[in-house]
Design a binder for this molecule. Structure first.
Ligand code: ATP
Length: 567
């Protein structure tokens, strides 16, 4: 397919704010590709080249993109940077300079989506000496042949910031519109379920093209991650019983981070709930799994909890979070900040999906195949009861032992990937905090000069982000005291997309947990709400923009705040 055709679709998508319109545009595009064998075009339609379960990044810096653009167009680096400062979006700069370049370049060929794919995929595999030059070559080859609009979207794809407002929901819906019956709600669920099991839209699109039956046959793929099941909040023990039935399973809610463990063909892979592979970062977990779990293929759900190797005391999540992105000194980190794996579910075993099996059967299987060993690998602590007093006691015990609270699970429920359906609930002591994403930041002054010290945060409404406040307290001045301005500045700087005075806009990637006193209605922010006395509680590297608070949650919380004030 001509890349230009895809770019015209991007343009239409970018110009249409309505989700329904976006769905229609993308569905029309997908219809045109239905007969093509390779359905990977659906990745490119979202500015990606890989399925969601493969989180490798193209990893091109703005600097390299500028150099390649300069090489392809003959416009100097300096002029490109000057334009970038003025316009604020390197994609639009590329559009301007590429449309002015001499029309008939000797090397110019019409771009196809296949060629774009080919070069972008090569970028992923380059390593070692001369990598930068080779990357430059691949990118400028594409840019040399690109028209203005093609250059715009090529650059944005390379920088992984397509800005067309197409999220998971729109992709799912447009697959239904393109291949199935959009009047039937069940068919949206089918597509969603297939995606949650495989996290691969090309596979789902291909099945959907073949019809409902093919979609229904989609199963878990050993070796691939899935979307984990999520838990809505319970208000109290009795509320929990009412919702999951009696008796119910109570488990400690450990304060660590979720690990999805996958063993297939003797290879072990560990994924986070954001589908990032962290196998290399946790060699000790890999060895526990190899040693202590019977079976040649399985998928387990678990929580890894850090502990102090000397005192053997469990540590809060924040302490081990630095291991998630660690690339060097891994062995040492594993010794200094070891984790214990608390396994709480099994979804696949020896060639069979267990998603439909009742929870207690899945747990029984875990008890059979795991040989537990404290501080290495254990099963989540459980109580099965129909008695409120006993449950209350278990909950208190969990809190006394420093856990976050309890999870309450329905005895006979299936495992529903990706959903917050209420087969399991969470109960924690009430506190006011929200996970939000940073969209802008401001440089500090005086002794905080050079650091980004104030952060504008946003919640989400379908595919959009809505601002809800500015946070500038909670972080420390020195890294030795905990999460610091310095650390945050390091994280934010590579994400800067434009600058205006002291304020910068950043790609919405850094999620933080923000504590606050209450939520008020306010015209100052696009969400229509503002947080009172917000403070950064912690950085959440295990969260993505998809996990942040929604506007509906904020509306609910603001009503609560309002009630408290009236009382
Ligand atoms: P929170 O912010 O309250 O921790 P969350 O957004 O991490 O919640 P939820 O699905 O809403 O995610 O809450 C459940 C989380 O609790 C799981 O994602 C998992 O990481 C963690 N957890 C700890 N112990 C358990 C357990 N025994 N069973 C299931 N999940 C557990």
């Amino acid at each position: 397919m001509k890349y230009l055709e895809l770019c015209r679709t991007y343009e239409e998508l970018e110009a249409s704010p309505s989700r329904l319109k976006k769905t229609e545009i993308l569905a029309n595009f997908l219809k045109k590709t239905k007969n093509e064998k390779n359905k990977e075009i659906i990745y490119l339609a979202q500015g990606k080249i890989l399925p969601d379960y493969d989180t490798r990044e193209i990893g091109i810096s703005s600097q390299l993109a500028i150099k390649a653009l300069s090489r392809a167009t003959g416009v100097s680096d300096k002029d490109i940077v000057r334009l970038w400062k003025k316009i604020g979006d390197l994609g639009r700069v590329a559009e301007q300079v590429a449309s002015k370049k001499k029309q008939s370049s000797l090397f110019s060929k019409e771009l196809t989506t296949e060629k774009v794919f080919e070069n972008l995929k090569k970028l992923l595999t380059l390593e070692g000496k001369g990598t930068v030059d080779k990357k430059m070559g691949l990118i400028s080859e594409l840019l040399t042949s690109a028209s203005g609009i093609e250059a715009k979207y090529l650059i944005r794809t390379l920088l992984q910031d397509l800005r067309i407002g197409v999220g998971e929901g729109v992709v799912r819906d447009s697959i239904v519109w393109a291949c199935l019956n959009k009047e039937n709600k069940e068919e949206f669920n089918l597509v969603q379920e297939a995606y949650d099991k495989t996290t691969d839209f090309a596979l789902v699109f291909e099945k959907a093209c073949r019809g409902k039956k093919a979609l229904e046959s989609v199963e878990l793929i050993p070796g691939h991650p899935l979307k984990v099941m999520l838990a809505p909040k319970a208000e109290s023990i009795s509320d929990a019983f009412e919702r999951v039935g009696k008796p119910a399973v109570f488990e400690y809610k450990y304060d660590g981070f979720r690990m999805l463990i996958n063993k297939h063909d003797n290879e072990i892979k560990i994924f986070t709930r954001r589908l990032e592979q962290v196998t290399n970062q946790f060699p000790e977990v890999v060895s526990y799994i190899r040693k202590s779990i019977k079976g040649s293929s399985f998928i387990l759900d678990s929580e890894a909890v850090g502990y102090n190797p000397k005192t053997k005391k469990y540590t809060p999540f924040q302490e081990i979070s630095q291991r998630i992105k660690r690339k060097y000194d891994i062995e040492r980190m594993g010794k200094e900040l070891p984790v214990e794996l608390n396994v709480f579910d099994i979804l696949y075993y020896e060639g069979k999906s267990l998603l439909q099996k009742p929870f207690i059967e899945r747990r029984k299987l875990l008890e059979k195949i795991i040989h537990p060993e404290k501080y290495k690998i254990v099963l989540a602590k459980q109580l099965i009861t129909d008695n409120e007093k006993q449950a209350e006691k278990f909950y208190k015990q969990a809190l006394e032992e420093g856990e976050e609270g309890v999870m309450i699970k329905a005895l006979n429920a299936p495992y529903k990937p990706g959903a917050r359906v209420g087969h399991m609930l969470k109960l924690k002591p009430a506190s006011d905090e929200l996970d939000l994403v940073i969209v802008k930041a401001e440089y500090g002054t005086g002794k905080r000069g050079g650091w980004l010290t104030s952060y504008t945060v946003a919640c989400r409404k379908e595919g959009k982000l809505l601002e809800i406040g500015k946070v500038s307290t909670g972080l420390k001045e020195k890294s030795s005291e905990g999460a610091s301005f310095e650390e945050m500045t390091k994280k934010l700087k590579p994400l800067i997309t434009s600058e205006k005075g002291r304020e910068v806009s950043v790609k919405p990637e850094i999620v933080i947990e923000v504590g606050y006193q209450d939520i008020q209605k306010s015209p100052s922010y696009s969400s229509g709400f503002a947080l009172r006395f917000p403070r950064v509680k912690r950085i959440r590297p295990d969260r993505s923009v998809k996990d942040i608070a929604t506007i509906e949650e904020i509306e609910r919380e603001s009503e609560k705040s309002w009630k408290w004030r009236v009382v």
